[in-house]
Ligand binder design. Structure first.
Ligand code: 1PR
Length: 548
C-alpha cells in the first residue's frame, strides 16, 4: 500500500487531508522534523499549508526542513503543495515581505483587490489547465480560501509558459491567478482538494497514482457547468444544517423545530428524532451539499469539555465528508468539571483539530456586539470572535443570529435600525426591525440584526448564518427582506436560513436577494427533497451550482 508523507509544521489542521488520503485506500504519515528518517525514504510527499505565508515558510526554515525538501525534489520523486504549500514554491509574498519562498517559480504573490469584491476569496471556483493535469476539470468546482494569489497578466503567463510550467488558471472577479501548477515532479494547488468533494479526491488519487486522465464533456454539460463568472466566479452554495441534541432517552439525534420548538406537538412531547448526525451528514455530502453545519442546540446548558459529544460527531463525520464542516453551539468560555476555565479559543481549537473548518458563535456574538457598542464601537480583544479570528482567520469564524421580526410605528420607536416593510402587520404598522435572541431563542435582547452583524464583522467574523425564528420550520420560503437587511449591513458573506420548503425557495432567494449561500434543514431531514433536487433545479434555472 502506498504511503503518503505529509509535512506538518503545525500550521493548520491536517486531519482532513489525512482522512481524504486514507479514504482513497492509502496510508498517511505526518513528518514533523527534519530528523525523521522517513523523510528521505518518502515516495510521495505533500506540503499542505494554511494561514500566513511567512509563518509557514519560516517554520520550514527554523525546523531545518527546507534542505531535505529541496533534496527530495531534486531526487525526482513526486511532491504536491496545497494552498500555502503551493505559494511556498514561489519567490515570495506581499503578505510577508521578509520571508522567502523556495523560488521554483519566478513570481511573487499579491493580495486580491478588495475594492470590488470580498477578500479573502472563499468558495467554490473553477480553473482551466493548459494541458492535462491530474484530472483537473474545468466543469468541476474546487474549494478555495485565500487572500493572496499569484496574479497573472500576459507577461507572467508567457514567462511561466516559457519556463515550461503547466498552469491551471482561475478567475476571481476580474483577476486571473494561478489555481494549480505543475512541472516535472512538482504539482501544487491553491485550492483544497481534501475539501473539494469527489472532484478533489479524484485529483489526490491521480497525483498519488501519477496519472493524467483525459477530460471530456458533451456540449450540453459544458453549457450547464462551465463558469459564467457571475458572483465573482464563485458558485452559490447550498448548505445542509443538522440541529443536534440528546433526546429524552439520552441518544444524540438530529432534531428540527418549528420556530425553535423541537418537541412533538402530541402528548408526551418527545424531542423530534430525525436521524443520526454522522449518517445524515454523510448522506448530504453524497447528495452534493457544498457544506455541512452541525449546531449543538442545547449548548446554553453548561457542558464540561470532557463531555462534549459533538467532538466525536465531528471526528466521525470528517472521515467521510470532504466539504467544509462548520460546528456551532457552545463556542464560549467554559468552566470544566475541575473548575478550570477553558477559553473559547481552546474550545474552538479542539473542534478544528477534530475536523471543523469553521466555528459558529451564537449567544456570545450578541454579547460581544453589546460590549462593542458599550466600549464606543471597538472590541477589547477578549471576545471569542476576536480571539478565534486572530488565531485562525476571519474565514473560520461564523456568527449565527436567531432574530424575530418586531413591528414598530416608525424609526424613532427604537434605537435599532428599522426599515419599511412591504408586509405591514394587522395593526397597519409598516416599520420593523429584527430583534436578536440568545440561548436558542429563549431570551430576547434590545439589539437588532443590523447592529449585531456590523459589530461582529468589525470584531473579525467572516460570515453570517442568518436564521429567522418566525420562518424556522415553516416550509414557506426565506424571509427575503431580512436577507437584504443583513446584506445592507455587512460586506461579509450571508447564509440565508430558515423557511426553505422546496427547491423554488432557493431559486427565489438567489434571484431576489444577494444571499451568498442558502441553508436548508427540515425539508432535507424529512426526505421531501434532496440536496441534489435543489442543485438540479438551480442548474436548470441558470445557476452554475457545483455538481459533484
Ligand atoms: O448560542 O453559540 O451556543 O449556539 C447555539 C446554536 O444553536 C445557534 O446557532 C442557534 O441558532 C442554534 N439553536 C439553538 N436552539 C435552536 C432550536 O432550534 N431550538 N437552532 C437552534 C437553530 C435554526 C437553524 C435551522 C434553520 C433551517 N436552528 O439551524 O436549521 O432554521 O430550518 P428549516 O430549513 O427547517 O426552516 P450558541
Amino acid at each position: 500500500m502506498t504511503t503518503v508523507h505529509i509535512i506538518d509544521v503545525e500550521s493548520g489542521n491536517l486531519r482532513s487531508l489525512v482522512n481524504a488520503i486514507e479514504s482513497l485506500g492509502y496510508k498517511a504519515k505526518l513528518i514533523r522534523s527534519a530528523d525523521d528518517p522517513e523523510l528521505a525514504a518518502a515516495e510521495v510527499l505533500m506540503l499542505p499549508g494554511v494561514g500566513n505565508f511567512g509563518h509557514f515558510v519560516d517554520n520550514l526554515t527554523s525546523r531545518k526542513l527546507e534542505k531535505p525538501i529541496r533534496d527530495y525534489i531534486a531526487s525526482g520523486k513526486p511532491i504536491m503543495g496545497i494552498c500555502v504549500g503551493l505559494q511556498t514554491f514561489f519567490k515570495g509574498s506581499e503578505e510577508s515581505p521578509k520571508s522567502q519562498g523556495l523560488g521554483f517559480l519566478d513570481l511573487n504573490l499579491t493580495k486580491f483587490d478588495s475594492s470590488n469584491k470580498p477578500v479573502p476569496a472563499i468558495g467554490w471556483n473553477t480553473c482551466t489547465p493548459q494541458e492535462k493535469l491530474f484530472g483537473i476539470d474545468p466543469c468541476n468546482r474546487y474549494y478555495f480560501v485565500h487572500s493572496y494569489a499569484a496574479l497573472l497578466d500576459e507577461d507572467s503567463k508567457k514567462a511561466l509558459s516559457s519556463a515550461s510550467w503547466n498552469v491551471a488558471v482561475a478567475k476571481y472577479g476580474s483577476e486571473e491567478y494561478v489555481a494549480a501548477i505543475a512541472k516535472d515532479n512538482i504539482f501544487a494547488t491553491q485550492f483544497h482538494p481534501e475539501k473539494s468533494g469527489h472532484a478533489g479526491l479524484a485529483i489526490l488519487k491521480s497525483f498519488i497514482e501519477q496519472n493524467h486522465p483525459t477530460i471530456q464533456h458533451s456540449a450540453q454539460e459544458n453549457a450547464l457547468l462551465l463558469n459564467d463568472y457571475s458572483n465573482y466566479g464563485l458558485s452559490r452554495r447550498i448548505i445542509a444544517c443538522l440541529d443536534v441534541r440528546a433526546n429524552d432517552q439520552g441518544d444524540l439525534v438530529v432534531t428540527k423545530g418549528d420556530q425553535y420548538d423541537v418537541r412533538e406537538k402530541e402528548e408526551g412531547g418527545n424531542v423530534r428524532n430525525l436521524g443520526k448526525p454522522v449518517e445524515m451528514a454523510k448522506n448530504y455530502y453524497e447528495q452534493g451539499a457544498d457544506e455541512v453545519t452541525f449546531l449543538n442546540i442545547t449548548s446554553f446548558r453548561d457542558c464540561p469539555l470532557s463531555d462534549t459529544p459533538m467532538l466525536d460527531v465531528l471526528k466521525m463525520a470528517a472521515k467521510s465528508v470532504f466539504v467544509p464542516l462548520t460546528v456551532g453551539g457552545g463556542i464560549k468560555d467554559i468552566t470544566d468539571v475541575d473548575g478550570k476555565l477553558v477559553p473559547a479559543l481552546q474550545v474552538a481549537t479542539l473542534y478544528f483539530q477534530s475536523g471543523a473548518d469553521k466555528v459558529s458563535i451564537g449567544t456570545d456574538a450578541v454579547y460581544a456586539a453589546e460590549k462593542y457598542y458599550e466600549l464606543g464601537e471597538r472590541g477589547d480583544g477578549t471576545s471569542p470572535i476576536e480571539t478565534i479570528s486572530k488565531s485562525y482567520g476571519a474565514q473560520a469564524v461564523v456568527i449565527s443570529v436567531d432574530p424575530k421580526r418586531v413591528y414598530v410605528d416608525g424609526p424613532e420607536s427604537t434605537k435599532n435600525k428599522t426599515f419599511k416593510t412591504k408586509f405591514p402587520n394587522g395593526k397597519g404598522q409598516e416599520w420593523c426591525w429584527y430583534q436578536c435572541t440568545i440561548k436558542g431563542g429563549r431570551e430576547s435582547r434590545d439589539i437588532g440584526v443590523w447592529e449585531v452583524t456590523r459589530a461582529c464583522e468589525a470584531l473579525g467574523a467572516g460570515e453570517v448564518l442568518l436564521n429567522c425564528i418566525d420562518k424556522d420550520g415553516s416550509n414557506s420560503g426565506y424571509d427575503l427582506e431580512l436577507i437584504e437587511h443583513a446584506k445592507d449591513a455587512v460586506s461579509i458573506p450571508v447564509i440565508a436560513s430558515s423557511g426553505a420548503g422546496s427547491p423554488k425557495h432557493f431559486e427565489e432567494a438567489f434571484e431576489k436577494t444577494r444571499a451568498d449561500a442558502c441553508l436548508g434543514a427540515g425539508m432535507f431531514h424529512r426526505g421531501e427533497y434532496t440536496v441534489a433536487d435543489v442543485k438540479k433545479h438551480l442548474l436548470n434555472t441558470g445557476y452554475k451550482v457545483r455538481m459533484d
